[in-house]
Design a binder for this molecule. Structure first.
Ligand SMILES: Cc1ncc(C[n+]2csc(CCOP(=O)(O)OP(=O)(O)O)c2C)c(N)n1
Ligand SMILES: [Mg+2]
Length: 356
């Protein structure tokens, strides 16, 4: 029977603290896998940090920072096969990079350029979902559809703590439970939905408790521990492939950056808590683990950081070399029967942009 397993109420961890808490290991992960996980985290961290700079330089628009979320994204995706589907929210905008999507594509998305919209079947990565939680039923529907066709693929939907208060989340989770869809509902609980703290979001003791109401297992994991995230997701994938239906994963972390570049968290957040979280951020934790395990040298780390920086330099150069999009696109795809005022408005927009 689906339930919140008592031993999983506490956060699952693999990475120790280098002091009293010992390091664990994940069965089946070779040294090569440990480095690949690190490579993925460095790539996403570099993407995120460079994006903030590009935003400040006016080269991309408003940007949703995912600093300290890398362990959740990389750990979960590493547990999937290439055929499995990923449904990201705006917080996982660059997750396609882990499937070989060029950085320029995602940078174009944040530039509001059509080159930022990829064909989902090219990467088995759905479009970035900005409405909160509406992709949960999409992921569930896709997973169920694949099951009906007799395929072994599963799907994962990433969403935040705030999304668990949305109707779409409930509908998707309920449907997944009833249909035993091979889907993983991955909640990145970073403690905040913009300025709304978790305590004002839910009366549940934990978000994983919600899983019981949908008849699926709910597991809690330290979201800053890439190995624990990987292991928990791998188990969920195994359950899905075995026909045992969905799993809800609550990955607990803390938002160590503003909600987005348009947010000023100093109005509502405790800066000391943020500083504490920054000192314990996920990439540094994993780096120290790898050094303790004798797997990572400074030279290799430098090489991996260099590769990621180069990918970003190339990405922004490519995104900026795109021809500006035709402003008419904004109007063309808005309404089936556009009102006559659109013509006048488009003329005005073209004038403002100096475009004819
Ligand atoms: C349906 C819907 N309602 C409201 C919003 C406005 N909004 C944007 S981000 C956000 C907070 C979501 O918080 P959470 O689900 O915890 O995700 P996080 O941003 O922390 O990753 C809200 C309410 C939206 N995008 N979509
Ligand atoms: Mg949140």
């Amino acid at each position: 029977m689906a339930q919140v397993l008592p031993d999983e109420r506490e956060l699952r961890r693999v990475i120790g603290d280098g002091e009293g808490m010992p390091d664990g290991e994940v069965d089946g992960l070779a040294e090569r896998d440990l480095i690949e996980l690190y490579r993925g985290m460095v790539l996403l961290r570099t993407y995120d940090e460079r994006s903030l700079v590009y935003h400040r330089q006016g080269r991309i628009g408003t940007y949703a920072i995912f600093w300290n979320h890398e362990a959740m994204q990389v750990g979960a995706v590493y547990a999937l096969e290439r055929d499995d589907w990923i449904f990201p929210s705006y917080r996982e905008s660059a997750i396609g990079l882990l499937r070989g999507m060029p950085a320029s594509t995602v940078l174009s998305w944040w530039r509001g350029h059509p080159a930022g919209w990829w064909n989902p079947v090219d990467y088995n990565v759905a479009s970035i979902c900005v409405p909160i939680g509406t992709h949960v039923p999409h992921a569930t529907g896709l997973a169920w559809g694949r099951k009906l066709r007799g395929e072994q693929t599963c799907a994962i939907a990433f969403f935040g703590d705030g999304a668990t208060s949305e109707g779409s989340f409930h509908e998707g989770a309920n449907f997944a439970g009833v249909m035993r869809a091979p889907v993983i509902l991955f909640c990145n609980n970073n403690g905040w939905a913009i300025s709304t703290p978790l305590s004002a979001q839910t009366a549940a003791e934990t978000l994983a408790d919600k899983a019981a109401g949908y008849g699926m297992p709910g597991v809690r994991v330290d979201g800053g521990d890439v190995l624990a995230v990987y292991e928990a997701t791998r188990e969920a994938v195994e359950r899905a492939r075995a026909g045992d239906g969905p799993t809800f994963i609550e990955a607990v972390t803390y938002r160590a950056a503003p909600h987005a570049t348009a947010d000023d968290p100093s109005a509502y957040i405790d800066p000391e808590r943020v500083e504490e979280e920054k000192r314990n951020e996920c990439l540094g934790r994993y780096e120290r683990y790898l050094v303790r395990a004798g797997v990572l040298t400074e030279q290799l780390a430098e090489e991996i950081r260099g590769e990621a920086l180069e990918a970003m330099r190339q990405g922004i150069a490519e995104a900026e070399s795109e021809q500006p999009a035709d402003p008419g696109l904004v109007f063309e795809h808005a309404l089936v029967n556009p009102p006559p005022s659109f013509d006048e408005e488009l003329r005005e927009l073209r004038k403002v942009l100096g475009d004819g």
